[in-house]
Design a protein around this ligand. Structure first.
Ligand SMILES: *[C@@H]1O[C@H](CO)[C@@H](O)[C@H](O)[C@H]1NC(C)=O
Ligand SMILES: *[C@@H]1O[C@H](CO)[C@@H](O)[C@H](O)[C@H]1NC(C)=O
Ligand SMILES: *[C@@H]1O[C@H](CO)[C@@H](O)[C@H](O)[C@H]1NC(C)=O
Ligand SMILES: *[C@@H]1O[C@H](CO)[C@@H](O)[C@H](O)[C@H]1NC(C)=O
Ligand SMILES: *[C@@H]1O[C@H](CO)[C@@H](O)[C@H](O)[C@H]1NC(C)=O
Length: 504
């Protein structure tokens, strides 16, 4: 617990509403300019943590890891990037936390809580949850807040602050002119794009919390309702577009217009038809872009992995046997359907439709094909991964692009000439080759435009980039550096001795 002696008689001490810190600069603006002191490395990267008084959550366990890594990492520029990125979620995105209400609201950089981003924004802290009880309490509050969202709106991916916070809802220009079914309340929902990986993010955060703490108290009524709704979505979205009598089956449809998307989504907001394969369809991708075909391979891979974990934690705690059985059945069904329907000549398609349609490409946003080993779906040495990876990191992938100093995989979310640093992080998680790891690492390190944070995308032609403040990318980078410190210490640390965060 952080102590504020002067406030110790105020019972609402633990309630943190950070929008009220008016004197603190908005981090979107703050992150567009370098701040002193620069690192002592070749790149002289700036120090980009907000002033202590402006940080949205303090964790001594996180500070200890930063101190350890700063003294262990060889290259001062890599150390500085770690120092800036590892605490970014806690420094900048905890907009509300009330342990008594068991509620926390986490933003992404945009003022709404995305299920996917939030799960990723905490992934690099999992090993600290068993040693920092306040951090664990925060994550439990995040899970409970999300459980309420998912229980009510399982088809949506981004949400407004909980009413208890008193924080104002934010108008989403991109949702203007959108018709979505089932309809949503815009005081709760920020954006109702249906992305199956959002639900996987919620499952991953839940099981990671349990694995780290062995505390099952997050499995409350909200959580059980959310899990039921996730199975509802799985059952609905695995169905084909037509039944045997050619009735058109639609449980969710989203039609754009105005600022949202042009042209409108075809087939009444349903997109391209799909046939039954055993996979679960999605409507939008992890980039929030519209899917071309409904069966997104990497999201199904993540779903298969997470359903298996869900079954494990339920069995471990002797709860909801009916759910754990269904979770295992679906996990196997999806796993088998991925191998049977998406792979040709060892190449995974990014999307399929069950009629033979395949889209061979990758998009940087995780879950991506490049991140299949990170997701836990297969080993990095699997021949199908090796062959697919080789294709994805070449001009045979429509969203791969390379210039003089930057290259990588991007996606239509920005444009084909702006690859994403995130793709290099996924690539590092997917290889044991030292040269590939260092090349990807330095492609990222060399390309922060002197701002010392991980951006969304970077032009291959010039210095233009998108999103100065992208908490997910910062967290994913730090998670990767910690993974290397454990898996390949000699590559980045002064001594070839592994470092494991959270271990004495
Ligand atoms: C974090 O600690 C600083 C003092 O180092 C304090 O000013 C700030 O309010 C703390 N933030 C939170 C959310 O407790
Ligand atoms: C919610 O929708 C109403 C009606 O379309 C609109 O006037 C209002 O601005 C919206 N609120 C938010 C927070 O988007
Ligand atoms: C859209 O989805 C709703 C269910 O949410 C369904 O009742 C309706 O028929 C669908 N409309 C179309 C055009 O598919
Ligand atoms: C599992 O069983 C419980 C209790 O009977 C029920 O409320 C719940 O809806 C079931 N869940 C699923 C996913 O079938
Ligand atoms: C990073 O920049 C250094 C110095 O300009 C250069 O030697 C190195 O090749 C670059 N690395 C990559 C992977 O771009």
């Amino acid at each position: 617990m952080v102590k504020f002696d002067s406030f110790k008689y105020i019972s609402a001490l633990a309630v943190l509403v950070h929008s009220s810190l008016a004197q603190c600069p908005d981090f979107t603006t703050y992150s567009q300019k370098p701040h002193d002191p620069p690192s002592t490395g070749r790149l002289g990267l700036p120090y980009m943590r907000p002033a202590p008084a402006c940080r949205t959550f303090n964790s001594s366990a996180v500070e200890k890891v930063i101190g350890d890594m700063k003294s262990l990492i060889k290259d001062p520029d890599v150390a500085r990037l770690f120092e800036n990125t590892f605490p970014n979620t806690l420094d900048t995105t905890v907009k509300y936390f009330n342990p008594d209400e068991n509620l926390a609201f986490i933003i992404t950089g945009v003022k709404a809580q995305w299920l996917r981003d939030t799960a990723n924004q905490f992934a690099h802290y999992h090993s600290l949850l068993s040693i920092d009880s306040e951090l664990a309490t925060l994550v439990k509050a995040v899970i409970n807040n999300e459980a309420r969202y998912v229980a009510e709106y399982p088809y949506c991916g981004a949400f407004q602050p909980p009413p208890e916070s008193g924080l104002a809802s934010t108008h989403n220009d991109w949702a203007d002119g959108v018709t979505v079914n089932p309809p949503v309340n815009n005081q709760t929902v920020f954006e109702c794009k249906y992305e199956i990986d959002s639900l996987c993010g919620f499952l991953k955060l839940s099981r990671s919390y349990y694995q780290a703490t062995k505390d099952a108290s997050f499995m409350n009524n909200n959580w059980r309702d959310a899990i039921d709704q996730i199975f509802r979505v799985i059952n609905e979205q695995s169905q084909p577009t037509f039944d045997e009598n050619f009735n058109f089956i639609s449980f969710y449809n989203w039609t754009g217009g105005n600022g949202a998307l042009s042209p409108m989504v075809d087939n009444g907001g349903n997109g391209e038809p799909k046939a039954y394969t055993g996979l679960v369809g999605t409507h939008h991708r992890p980039s929030d872009d519209l899917s071309v075909f409904a069966f997104l391979t990497p999201a199904n891979a993540m779903l298969s992995v997470e359903l298996n974990h869900l079954a494990d934690i339920l069995d471990d705690t002797k709860q909801l046997r009916n759910v754990s059985e269904q979770a295992r059945e679906w996990s196997v069904r999806i796993h088998d359907a991925i191998w049977k329907t998406t792979v040709v000549d060892n190449i995974f398609a990014y999307e399929t439709n069950g009629f033979g349609g395949r889209y061979v490409m990758d998009d940087a946003n995780v879950p991506s094909l490049l991140s299949l080993p990170y997701l836990g779906f297969l080993e990095k040495h699997h021949p199908a991964y090796s062959a697919t990876r080789k294709l994805l990191l070449s001009p045979r992938n429509p969203y791969f692009a390379a210039g003089k100093s930057f290259n990588g995989v991007g996606g239509p979310h920005v444009d084909p000439l702006h690859p994403w640093p995130m793709s290099h992080i996924s690539a590092i998680f997917g290889t044991d080759d030292d040269n590939e790891i260092l090349t990807s690492l330095y492609t990222i390190v060399n390309n922060t435009q002197g701002l010392g944070l991980i951006h969304e995308s970077q032009s291959i032609r010039d210095s233009s980039y998108t999103r100065s403040w992208f908490a997910w990318a910062n967290s994913y980078f730090a998670e990767m550096v910690l993974d290397l410190a454990e898996r390949k210490p000699g590559l980045i640390l002064k001594e070839n001795k592994k470092y494991v965060a959270g271990q004495k």
